[in-house]
Design a protein. Structure first.
Ligand code: KG4
Ligand code: ZN
Length: 348
């Protein structure tokens, strides 16, 4: 079965073609990726300091067809070879989601093939199965994106138990907001992480919110506020020496990353401990973060569990994860596929 995947929940237009044959015959899942196209709108939104929903929707419309052509060419396939269309149903920006949904359903109507709506986070959650070392079910998943921070117990495809989640900002959101406070461009997660590498540990001992809350929930808005307070105190000193300012930013970035990683690490360790799982999966945009990866790898070595990541290019939003999750869902529950019809995006 060849599944077309469409991702348009936020500021990336992703299109991909996935062949289920390798997966069905027990070969590495990544062999099923036949073609893909991805366009990031980051440069377009940067001037506004965040995603502008109307601009995002318009750009998805502009990009989706050329990206489909690109994917078909890479896969050496024709439209008629596609057996089903998977699209991101939510969560995300309503207008952006509608572009993907309308496109998927119109195409499926024309081709007389089924569509399947995919939960964006399920796409992230299953993407480590496309990596070089696939996790075994059941596993614990730490989902850390710009919109979500969740710990899940993944019993099987489609069987997910939410262990805990953020009560306010998502980890990626905390990265982006803190990056902005330190003068970095949107989305600043990766740049903040690089800046932290240059900083000294220990200068700023920032709060580690809910570290000992006894549950699997997170809170990051206080951490961001702690950074803001430090910035205000520093600005009040009117220091103009460029080296000193740069060092301050790097040290504060370091303090932020260390605090955030400490909380994500401890809660993930606890989830592994409590569920008895052997495998931990890290997914979502923040899964690209080096410091978090290093901390989880060191812990896994110490405590005897293994950590699995999506290939780095599949950490942030993309069409492959939607095609893949849709394909697995269709294989698992044949009747999960819905015929083209109503508009049913789920922004929340
Ligand atoms: O999963 P994603 O592409 O979109 C959402 O579904 O939200 O995640 C984007 C988020 C952004 O907040 C971005 O700053 C963050 O992932 N991010 C990172 C890194 N790369 C991307 N955060 C920390 N370190 C990184 N290397
Ligand atoms: Zn995402």
């Amino acid at each position: 079965m060849i599944v077309l995947g469409i991702e348009s929940s936020c500021d990336e237009t992703g299109v991909a073609l996935y062949n289920t044959a390798p997966w069905e015959s027990g070969q590495p899942a990544s062999l099923g990726i036949l073609g893909q196209g991805l366009h990031s709108q980051v440069a377009m939104h940067r001037d506004y300091g965040g995603v502008v929903p109307e601009l995002a929707s318009r750009d998805h419309i502009r990009r989706v067809l050329p990206l489909l052509d690109q994917s078909l060419t890479e896969a050496s396939l024709k439209l008629g070879d596609i057996d089903a269309v998977a699209y991101t149903q939510g969560p995300g920006l309503a207008g952006a989601l509608l572009v993907g949904s309308a496109f998927a359903k119109s195409l499926a109507q024309g081709l007389k093939i089924p569509t399947i709506g995919v939960h964006h986070l399920e796409g992230h959650l299953l993407s480590p199965l496309l990596g070089p070392s696939a996790p075994q079910f059941p596993f614990v998943a730490l989902l850390v994106s710009g919109g979500h921070t969740q710990l899940m117990l993944v019993k099987d495809i489609g069987q997910y138990e939410l262990l805990g989640e953020t009560v306010d900002d998502a980890a990626g959101e905390a990265f982006d907001k803190t990056a902005k406070l330190l003068g970095l461009d949107y989305p600043g997660g990766a740049a903040l992480s690089a800046l932290a590498e240059k900083g000294q540990t220990g200068r700023f001992d920032l709060p580690r919110p809910m570290l000992h809350s006894g549950d699997f929930d997170f809170s990051f808005s206080g951490l961001k506020t702690a950074v803001l307070n430090q910035v205000k105190q520093f600005e009040a000193k009117h220091i103009t020496n460029a080296d000193e300012v740069a060092q301050f930013h790097a040290d504060l970035a370091r303090g932020f990353v260390e605090a955030l990683v400490a909380v994500l690490l401890r809660k993930s360790e606890k989830a592994i401990e409590q569920t008895g799982c052997q495998d931990l999966v890290l997914a979502g945009g923040v899964a690209a973060n080096k410091q978090l990866r290093n901390a989880l790898n060191a812990s896994a070595l110490k405590h005897g569990f293994s950590v699995h990541y999506p290939p780095i290019a599949l950490c942030t939003d993309n069409g492959v994860m939607i095609a893949f999750a849709g394909a697995l869902r269709m294989l698992q529950e044949n009747n999960a596929a819905t015929q083209s019809g109503s508009f049913d995006v789920k922004p929340r």
